[in-house]
Every structure is written in structure tokens, then in C-alpha cells.
Design a protein around this ligand. Structure first.
Ligand code: PGA
Length: 275
């Protein structure tokens, strides 16, 4: 197990909260962790309309702010879109890419995920790239094939040396917002397979040089997401391949989210180099 991987707890607020509620939730999180030690990296991903409030509420703290999506172009006539340049100028540091709800409802594909990932890396935004199978795919035994394809396609034409900040999240679609959690051992297995897919992707069997084996995936954090709660986070984060959580429903109140951050802190404490 790599000793360098960060523990990350990210809250994806999805299309929830208006101004005052967003401020209140962000302040609740900031206040709830302010005297704590061994904290994981905490990232709040509110809707675009709340980025300003959440950035204000987290200013001067270790809490980071992420967007839930972005366009891959810098600017132009793309009504309704928000660009990486705009996010960086606003003070945003992270961006969720390829969430299954974007793939399912907004036509996001492996190739648009790849474009967004390249744009995030170009603009020094930390990308949290989501992959995961549907229930049908799982039942047909296609989980590994689907996830491996999503991971490899997202990395197309990206140099191994540009991977430094990238984060992956394994989010089985059937476990999102359903209360059905993927068994921790199975989630850990798929997170490990994401990492080995990355290693294989960057390993070369041919070329002018001798075959080379990549270990790029070993230092990339892989989070689990899908009905994460205070009651299941400890079991998940005790496993070697799960480096943190991408939390939807349970990130919408500080009462639910703070104990999940506490779960991340336990992992940091056990392996201090993962702070
Ligand atoms: P959930 O959502 O925690 O509500 O299942 C997770 C996500 O979609 O990132």
C-alpha cells in the first residue's frame, strides 16, 4: 500500500441548497472541524450559485471548494456553461468530472470526460473523476470491464507525468442515493482494480525502449461513493484501496457529514503519512 495517498472526504451537494442554507452548512462544517487534528482533506462541492458563499465561509481554513461539473473550453458562445478559467478565477480548487448523473441525464460520455479531465489538469484544478457500473452491468458480470474502460478512456492522451493531482471515485450507479451500499470488500476490490488499470495503461510492452512497468496508479487516491454514511464509512476506510469518500445525501447536513469526516480522520491517524 502506498504511504503517500491522501485521505479525502468530499461532499457533493448536487442540486440542493439556496444561499443562506449553503452558508450555514459550510460554516457548520468549518466550525465542526476547527479544533480537530489528523483531518483528511475536506472538499465541499456546492452548486455553482453557492460557490461564492462557500468560498467565503471556508476562507482561511483547510476546507477546499469544488465544482460539480465544468465545460472543457476556456470561453466562448456556450450558453449555460461554466469554464475552468472561471472556476479558477473564483477560487475553486477541485472539480467533479463524469459523475454518473451527468453521464445519465446530460449526455456525458467517456470522451467528454477525457476532454474535461484534460482541461482540469491544464488549469490546475484537482479532478475527481467518477466511474462506476449500472445495476444491469453488474448483474451481467460487466463491472470490471465497464470500470476499466471508463478509466482508460478518461486517460486517453494524458501523459503519466500530468497525473499528479488526479483523484478517481468509484461510484456504482446502483448504490447512489438508493441506500444500497456496495459491500466494503467489493468496493475495495474495484478501487484496487482502478489503480491496476492505471498502472497497466501506463505500462509499455513495446516501443524502442525495453518494456517498462508503471506504478502511476499506486499514488492516485481512489474514493468510494454511493450511500456513504457515518455507519458504514469506518468499514470502508479501513480497507487498503479506499482512500476516502464522495458523499451525496449525507453531506447535506453537518450533523451527517461531520462524523464521516471523523471517519476520514481515523484513517489519517492510523496512517499519518496520508494526511
Ligand atoms: P449518495 O451520492 O451518497 O447520495 O449515494 C453519492 C454521489 O452521487 O456522489
Amino acid at each position: 500500500m502506498s504511504t503517500q495517498r491522501k485521505t479525502i472526504i468530499a461532499g457533493n451537494w448536487k442540486m440542493n441548497k439556496v444561499t443562506s442554507q449553503g452558508k450555514e452548512l459550510a460554516s457548520g462544517v468549518v466550525n465542526g472541524i476547527k479544533d480537530k487534528v489528523d483531518l483528511p482533506e475536506v472538499v465541499l462541492c456546492p452548486p455553482f450559485t453557492l460557490l461564492h458563499e462557500v468560498l467565503e465561509a471556508t476562507k482561511g481554513t483547510a476546507v477546499k471548494v469544488g465544482a460539480q461539473n465544468m465545460d472543457y473550453r476556456d470561453d466562448g458562445a456556450f450558453t449555460g456553461e461554466v469554464s475552468p478559467v472561471m472556476l479558477v478565477a473564483a477560487g475553486v480548487t477541485h472539480v467533479i468530472i463524469g459523475h454518473s448523473e451527468r453521464r445519465q441525464f446530460f449526455g456525458e460520455t467517456n470522451s467528454t470526460v477525457n476532454l474535461r479531465l484534460k482541461a482540469a489538469l491544464k488549469h490546475d484544478l484537482v479532478p475527481i473523476v467518477c466511474v462506476g457500473e449500472t445495476l444491469d452491468e453488474r448483474e451481467e458480470g460487466l463491472t470490471d470491464a465497464v470500470v476499466r474502460r471508463q478509466v482508460s478512456a478518461s486517460l486517453a492522451d494524458i501523459d503519466e507525468s500530468d497525473l499528479e493531482t488526479i483523484v478517481f471515485a468509484y461510484e456504482p450507479v446502483w448504490a447512489i442515493g438508493t441506500g444500497k451500499v456496495c459491500e466494503a470488500v467489493e468496493a475495495d476490490r474495484v478501487c484496487g482494480s482502478i489503480r491496476s488499470t492505471i498502472n497497466e495503461y501506463y505500462s509499455r510492452a513495446d516501443g524502442p525502449q525495453k518494456a517498462s512497468k508503471s506504478s502511476a496508479g499506486d499514488s492516485i487516491p481512489v474514493l468510494y461513493g454511493g450511500s456513504v454514511k457515518a455507519s458504514n464509512v469506518d468499514e470502508q476506510l479501513a480497507l487498503p484501496n479506499i482512500d476516502g469518500s464522495l458523499v451525496g445525501g449525507a453531506s447535506l447536513t453537518d450533523k451527517d457529514f461531520l462524523p464521516i469526516i471523523e471517519g476520514g480522520a481515523k484513517r489519517v491517524k492510523l496512517t499519518p503519512s496520508k494526511a
